[in-house]
Every structure is written in structure tokens, then in C-alpha cells.
Design a protein around this ligand. Structure first.
Ligand SMILES: Cc1cc2nc3c(=O)[nH]c(=O)nc-3n(C[C@H](O)[C@H](O)[C@H](O)COP(=O)(O)OP(=O)(O)OC[C@H]3O[C@@H](n4cnc5c(N)ncnc54)[C@H](O)[C@@H]3O)c2cc1C
Length: 411
């Protein structure tokens, strides 16, 4: 059994773990800190962020973009701005830039630039990474901790748990971080997937792979809760795309608790406007023109000049008009098609899975950690940061921002 004695050990080599380790080593000196990573390699999830481009932060970062424990979110986000993020990465030699819509990426547009910078700084500071380190036990000892694997025991004064969430197991993520916490008697709130596709009751098989620019609105008991615009992607089982991701947390909350954004709700629906570039009247006028131009074509093709033909057929079928020709469509039917294209209704059919989710909602809240330092209330010297905490952000760089900002809270 190898015995390693350090001032600080960080469990997890992801965005928050690297940031914590670098901050601690900068303060406590070369060789003071180690990273203990369960997988063969660190940073797997980080490399898949932003489709490999890593949307690291957002110019518009503010508490409004987060859900979960308000005290923790206020403390973490209030203490670390988008400017702080740029300065932090400059200190690692990495230049960030905005995409014009507020999303911040590495200038190289490559997630690998971020991971490489973390690793380079760790080498400079003598932070040793121990990969394939499977923790069997954590023992609080003499004002510190002993972290035990099958072949090593790490003694440290400070222990940081930055093991991330169980969302997106394709990146090697699992629930072992939560298991470590529960063995230390640290509880977390209910966990559920967020930023994911939504499965719907409607049969969308014919639309699989179809994309349309538009907007989606979440409707709770007939009242519009929120609208999000962007590219709607149709899947075999429902709808996806960033604008759908933005609604997915509320959908999953509904299946878990019977509430949407905290408000009790009996019926939840999503209305998609796949022609949001045109008003209802504008769309009717456009369809009237197509009735003349496409007169001999099946009615299902009436919107094929504006939408993918499969989507056009889907809309016309939903109106019960598939048997007609375009030229046979009456004024009332044109209005019916326009109305359907502007308000295509979907009924979420159940909770999404963690395997399709980018993040996990729920986690360790301020009843377990002090919001200002993120130190455990039960174990002095033990800190929790990153996605294990009860805070999840909207799409657009807010989750990596939180992970990195939370690690700055503890150092
Ligand atoms: C496909 C995808 C794309 C995303 N894109 C973006 C994006 O562009 N912008 C954005 O802001 N957010 C994005 N996110 C979310 C973002 O990746 C996470 O919120 C963020 O990585 C969380 O950082 P973390 O350090 O808490 O956890 P992680 O990055 O998950 O790191 C945790 C590390 O701990 C290790 N670990 C786990 N358990 C143990 C254990 N028991 N012992 C030792 N080590 C352990 C893991 O192997 C992992 O290396 C995306 C997520 C996914 C899945």
C-alpha cells in the first residue's frame, strides 16, 4: 500500500476539480495538492462540452440563469463574473472570446485547449494526477482525511469532492460521487435530468432527423410559462434542440413533483411554432399562394417550400387533410394548417433519462455546506464544488461557469 501525504486532495479531474487543485496549489505551494480521478483519464466530460468547442461561460451570467439552492447560487455566481472567468483563463495562458450572442468559448474553439491548460498548470505547480483511483473509503482522521483505494492511502488536511454528476454516463459519469457523500452522511436533494430532449406522446417517427427553426413554449394548465427560440430537432421519440433543452428541466420536474417551475400543475404541453418568422395572417397569405402554385400536388406538400416536406406532411396529417390536393384546400382549411404550423402541440410523455441529459438538477444544498465557503457543515476541512451541488444552469455556458466559479469559492 502506497502512502501519500499532501496538504490537499481533490476528488475528480473535471472543470471544478482542476480549478480547485490549481487554486490550492497556487496558495499552498508546489507539491501540496493531488487530484484523485476514478477514470483512466481526466476531463472526459469537459472534452465533450459544446460539441467539442467548450462553451465555458456567458457574458450574461447572473443568478437568473440558475436553478436550485438560492443561497449557494447567489454566493457562487455573485462572486465570479464573466470577466473573472476571462482573467482566470488568461492566468492559464488561454484566450477566450464571445460568439456575438453572449456565449464564451476558448479562442481556439477547442475544448482540448482548456484541458491542456489545466494539465500544463498542474505540472507547473507539481499537482500530481492519480488516475484509475477507485476510492474504497474516506476516513476523517486527526483533523484531516484519509482517502483509501485498493493500493494507496492518501492523507490530506483538506479534501475537496468535485466528482460531478451522473448525467451523460457516456463520458464515464456515474453516481459514485453521491455514494461518497452519503457514506460521509452528507445528503443531497432529489436528482433529476436537465438540459435534455423531451419524449412526447405523439408519434414523431416520420420526423426523425428533421430540423426546423422556430420556437417552443411550455404550457402549464393552459398558461404559457416560458418560450425559447432556436432550432427544433425531431427525434424518434419526441423533440430536441437547445430551445427544447431549455424547457426540459420543468418537464422533468413535472413528472417528479407535479409542479412546473415550482407551481402545481395538472397538464403540461409544449407548443412548437415552426413558422415563427411569419405572423398567422402572413402565413395564411403564403399558403394561399402555394394553393395556386402547387395545385396538383398532395396537400401534404403545401408547406414544402418553407419546411422540410416530412414536417409539412405531418402538419397536414394532424389537420386531417392528407387526402386532399393543394388546389382543393378551402380558406378555412388554409387557416387550420397555418394555425397548426404556428401551434404544433406536443404532450411530454415521461421523465427523460440521465443518459440523454447534459446536467443533473438537484444536489448538495446549503443545509449541508456553508454557502460562502462550500465547506461541509458536518466535516471541517471537507469542501464540495461543481455539479454535485444543488445548482444547474441554462444552456449557454452557465454550467461550466458555475463549476469553475464554485471551485474559486473554496480557495
Ligand atoms: C454532452 C455535454 C455537453 C455539455 N456542454 C456544456 C457546455 O458547452 N457549456 C457548459 O457550461 N456546460 C456544458 N455541459 C455541462 C458541464 O459539462 C458540467 O456541468 C461540468 O462539466 C461539471 O463540472 P464538474 O467538475 O462538476 O464535473 P465533471 O466535469 O463531470 O468532472 C467530474 C470528474 O470526477 C470524476 N469522478 C467521479 N466520481 C469519482 C470518484 N468517485 N472518484 C474519483 N473521481 C471521480 C469523473 O470521472 C470526472 O472526471 C455539458 C455536459 C454534457 C454531458
Amino acid at each position: 500500500m502506497e502512502h501519500i501525504k499532501v496538504k490537499a486532495a481533490v476528488i475528480g479531474g473535471g472543470a471544478s476539480g482542476y480549478t480547485a487543485a490549481i487554486g490550492l496549489a497556487r496558495r499552498m505551494g508546489k507539491g501540496s495538492t493531488v487530484i484523485l480521478e476514478r477514470q483512466q483519464k481526466t476531463g472526459r466530460k469537459l472534452l465533450s462540452t459544446g460539441n467539442g468547442r467548450c462553451n465555458i461561460s456567458n457574458e450574461n451570467v447572473s443568478t437568473e440563469h440558475y436553478h436550485g439552492d438560492a443561497e449557494i447560487i447567489r454566493s457562487v455566481i455573485g462572486g465570479f463574473s464573466a470577466g473573472d472567468m476571462k482573467d482566470y483563463f488568461l492566468s492559464l495562458g488561454v484566450l477566450l472570446r464571445s460568439d456575438g450572442e453572449g456565449r464564451i468559448y476558448p479562442h481556439s474553439n477547442q475544448a482540448a485547449t482548456i484541458l491542456d491548460a489545466f494539465k500544463r498548470e498542474c505540472v507547473r505547480l507539481g499537482v500530481k494526477e492519480h488516475c484509475s483511483f477507485v476510492i474504497r473509503r474516506i476516513k476523517p482522521v486527526n483533523g484531516g482525511f484519509s482517502v483509501i483505494s485498493d493500493d494507496a492511502e492518501v492523507h490530506c488536511g483538506r479534501l475537496i469532492i468535485a466528482a460531478g454528476s451522473k448525467a451523460f454516463p457516456q463520458s464515464g459519469a456515474d453516481s459514485s460521487g453521491y455514494d461518497l457523500l452519503s457514506r460521509l452522511n452528507i445528503r443531497h436533494t432529489e436528482l433529476f435530468p436537465a438540459l435534455c430532449p423531451v419524449n412526447t406522446a405523439e408519434n414523431c417517427k416520420s420526423l426523425k432527423g428533421v430540423r426546423a427553426k422556430g420556437s417552443v413554449s411550455l404550457i402549464a394548465d393552459g398558461r404559457v410559462l416560458r418560450t425559447s427560440a432556436g432550432e427544433i430537432q425531431f427525434t424518434e421519440n419526441g423533440i430536441s434542440g437547445i430551445c427544447v433543452f431549455d424547457l426540459s428541466r420543468s418537464v422533468n420536474e413535472f413528472f417528479l413533483r407535479g409542479t412546473a417551475d415550482g407551481v402545481p400543475c395538472k397538464k403540461l404541453q409544449i407548443a412548437a411554432d415552426v413558422m415563427n418568422g411569419l405572423s398567422f395572417n402572413g402565413l395564411c397569405a403564403y399558403i394561399e399562394g402555394c394553393v395556386r402554385l402547387f395545385a396538383a400536388a398532395p396537400a401534404g406538400e403545401i408547406l414544402s417550400g418553407a419546411l422540410n416536406v416530412q414536417l409539412s406532411r405531418f402538419i397536414v396529417k394532424a389537420c386531417g387533410l392528407s387526402g386532399k390536393l393543394c388546389g382543393e384546400l378551402a380558406a378555412r382549411e388554409i387557416k387550420q394548417i397555418a394555425s397548426c404550423a404556428k401551434k404544433l402541440m406536443f404532450t411530454p410523455s415521461g421523465m427523460s433519462s440521465f443518459s440523454s441529459a447534459q446536467v443533473c438538477a438537484g444536489g448538495v444544498d446549503s443545509s449541508e455546506v456553508y454557502a460562502d465557503t462550500l465547506m461541509s457543515r458536518k466535516h471541517k476541512g471537507l469542501y464540495i464544488c461543481g455539479e454535485l451541488l444543488d445548482a444547474d444552469g441554462d444552456c449557454g455556458g452557465f454550467n461550466l461557469h458555475f463549476a469553475i466559479a464554485s471551485a474559486h469559492r473554496i480557495i
